[in-house]
Ligand binder design. Sequence first.
Ligand code: PLP
Length: 399
Amino acid sequence: MSDQNPVFIPGPTNIPERLRRAIDVPTIDHRSEQFSAMFAPVLSGLKSVLKTGNGEIVLFPASGTGGWEAAITNTLSPGDTVLAARYGMFSHRWIDLCQRHGLNVEIIEEAWGNGAPADRFEEALTADAQHRIKAVLVCHNETATGVRSDIAAIRAALDAAGHPALLFVDGVSSIASMDFRMDEWGVDLAVTGSQKGFMLPAGAAIVGISPKALQAMDKARCPRCYFDFRDMLDANPRGGYPYTPPLNLIAGLNVALEMLLEEGLPNVFARHHRIAEGIRRAASAWGLTLCAASPRLYSETVSALCVPAGFDSGKVVTHAANKYGVAFGVGLGEVAGKVFRIGHLGSMTDVMALSGIATAEMVMADLDYPIALGSGVAAAQDYYRSSRNASKVGAPQAA
Ligand SMILES: *Cc1c(COP(=O)(O)O)cnc(C)c1O
């Protein structure tokens, strides 16, 4: 029999059966009308998920990191200053990428567990009377710490400072799982990928581009070729692609978008909230705190649980993998050894979440954590039973 379990890493996420079938496609000619017909609804569906009416969407064969690079190189020039906060591994890695492209990064250091500090952004932007800062970078959902930042507040900081900088947002582990409003929040570049909220394998980097970011493109001198927006924006409207597209991921995205829009985005977000809340109830029953410094910052897609002093969180992850065949996320960077992460985004149900909670509980009991078996599971069960909308329970879905 198969010993396959769901994964509880915050990406790549579980691929539902319907999407595994959707990406199993024979080769078609990407210069055919058949391809255009498959591709067009992907671009329009992505606009609905990013909530942009006037932005453009481009899709590169790359992981999310390629989306970061595309955002930077298409709109900036070496020597340009950008403003970014560092509060986890992913905000750190985006900063590193900017530095390697010769950008001057003005860094706001925040404790890991905090989010992007809108007040400190406003201060830095107000102080920049010459408007040297060309872009503000924010990681919406810091996957290393399970922290969600308030993008609307960052937009308000830019506006309060009367600053014209572009706003770039990493939404790789939030978009399609948590509310994201590209137009309303005045986001100029939004980056995501196929392997998290879209429930597909890695390989498609998705970038939303505002009209203002499009204007910045002509002056941008960062070297770019493969990731040049202009080639994409030239070919896409004709249904084409500047090189060979990742056909099976585009086929998959077509169906993933169908699934998300069938469920309805508000329901998708509510489901992520409920599942996350059950996991938080379990953590609290175990007496563990979250790395996220306050409930206002809690991520709905990943929870980083702090282990008690004297324990090594890395052992939770290796023991879970070796004994039970279940994957949790390790602590990264500054929180290595101190937190383990439960990813709960994408294709996830109450029942799947309960299996992850039960496994984490067995692992911690094996490792002599001071927790009672069943305590976290019971807390989550109580929450899931009482918060579940009975009208949503139907026959098991084929998907
Ligand atoms: C996963 C992730 C990325 C992108 O990583 P890739 O491995 O390149 O897809 C970027 N930012 C965040 C916040 C992420 O969670």
